[in-house]
Design a protein around this ligand. Structure first.
Ligand SMILES: [Zn+2]
Ligand SMILES: [Zn+2]
Length: 85
């Protein structure tokens, strides 16, 4: 989900370009960092981090921009996710 900083229009975009254009006011702005939601912490799974590909790490089940992903602790921190306690 993207929110236009000018007109606050909210829409879903699949674009991965750095610059996106608001369909409402046509303003171009840089893409905000993805929204990371942590669904479950430190899931004991035999899989790799979807962000860095790291193995043998404790993975957190997350939703990044609405898509499920396994993210290691390091990537989570660098993405600035807020972990609910
Ligand atoms: Zn706009
Ligand atoms: Zn990682």
């Amino acid at each position: 989900m993207v929110i236009c900083p000018r007109c606050s229009y909210e829409w879903q975009t699949r674009s991965t370009a750095d610059m996106i254009c608001c369909p409402s006011c046509q303003r171009k702005f840089s893409r905000p960092s993805p929204v990371v939601e942590v669904l479950m912490e430190k899931v004991p799974l035999d899989t790799t981090c979807d962000v860095c590909g790291g193995q043998n790490v404790e993975l957190n089940l997350c939703r990044i921009d609405g898509e499920a992903a396994y993210v290691c602790e390091g990537c989570l921190t660098s993405r600035g996710a807020i972990i609910p306690r």
